[in-house]
Write a protein that binds this ligand. Structure first.
Ligand code: GLN
Length: 230
C-alpha cells in the first residue's frame, strides 16, 4: 500500500454455487464465472488486487452487514432492505425469479398456484423473502440450491423458486425434458457488488464498471457466459 506503490489486495466474499456467475471448476477447483471475471476486470481497472473467499450465502450477507469483508460479488440482488446495511455498486446485471417444476406438472402454472405447496429455495435469498411475503407456500430452505433442485426432481417438493439465469442454466445442463420453468419472471431484480456501508470503494468500483461497459470489456465477459446480447 501507499509509499511502496504496491496494489492493495481486497478479499471478495462470494458463494461459488451459482452458475454461471460463480462456480468452482470441477477439475481444477479454480473459481470461474461471469461475476469472477467482471470483479477481476473491475479490480484491474480500479488498481487493486482481489482474492476470492467462498462461503454460504446467508453468512455472506450477514458478514457484509457487519463489515467483515470489503467486497462481495455473488449475484446479490440489490434490495431496499439490504441497502440499509450494505452499500451496492451500480447494477451490473438484470435478473428476476422463476418457478421450476417437473415437466409433467400441470397443477402449478404460476406463482398463484403455490399456496399450500412445498417450494424449495436457498436460505437467505430474495426467493425465500418473496415466498414469505407474497404466498402461503410451505417453504423448504436449503444452504445450496442444488438440493432444492434435486428435491423437485425426485418429487420431495412441488417446485423451486430461484434466480432465472441459474434455473435456466440448470435445466439446460441436466434437466432437459424432466424439468421446466412456469409463469412469469417475478420481481425484476438487479445484481450489484456489495461493499461495506460507507466504503471508499463504491466510487472507484462504479467508475471502473462504467469504463468496462463503455470499452466493450463488459460485453466480452457477458458473451463468454451468456452468448450474444439480444
Ligand atoms: N440473487 C439472489 C439474492 O440476492 C440469490 C443470489 C445467490 O444465491 N447467489 O438473494
Amino acid at each position: 500500500s501507499g509509499d511502496s506503490g504496491e496494489k492493495e489486495t481486497y478479499t471478495v466474499a462470494t458463494d461459488a454455487n451459482f452458475k454461471p456467475f460463480e462456480y468452482k471448476d470441477p477439475d481444477t477447483g479454480e473459481m470461474k464465472g461471469f461475476d469472477i471475471d467482471l470483479m477481476k476486470a473491475i479490480a484491474d481497472e480500479a488498481g487493486f488486487n482481489v482474492e476470492f473467499k467462498s462461503m454460504q450465502f446467508d453468512g455472506l450477507i450477514t458478514g457484509m452487514q457487519s463489515g467483515r469483508y470489503p467486497l462481495a460479488i455473488a449475484g446479490i440482488s440489490i434490495t431496499e432492505e439490504r441497502k440499509e446495511s450494505i452499500d451496492f455498486s451500480d447494477p451490473y446485471y438484470d435478473s428476476g425469479l422463476i418457478l421450476m417444476v417437473q415437466s409433467d406438472n400441470e397443477e402449478i402454472q404460476s406463482i398463484d398456484d403455490v399456496d399450500g405447496k412445498e417450494v424449495g429455495v436457498k436460505t437467505g435469498t430474495t426467493s425465500e423473502a418473496y415466498l414469505k411475503e407474497n404466498t402461503e407456500a410451505k417453504i423448504k430452505a436449503f444452504p445450496q440450491i442444488i438440493n432444492a433442485y434435486m428435491d423437485v426432481r425426485n418429487g420431495r417438493v412441488d417446485a423451486s423458486l430461484y434466480d432465472k439465469p441459474n434455473v435456466e442454466f440448470y435445466i439446460q445442463e441436466s434437466g432437459e425434458g424432466e424439468l421446466k420453468t412456469v409463469g412469469e419472471t417475478l420481481q425484476g431484480e438487479s445484481y450489484g457488488i456489495a461493499m461495506e456501508k460507507g466504503s471508499d470503494l463504491v466510487e472507484p468500483v462504479n467508475e471502473a464498471l462504467a469504463t468496462l461497459k463503455e470499452n466493450g470489456t463488459y460485453d466480452e465477459i457477458y458473451e463468454k457466459y451468456f452468448g450474444k446480447k439480444p
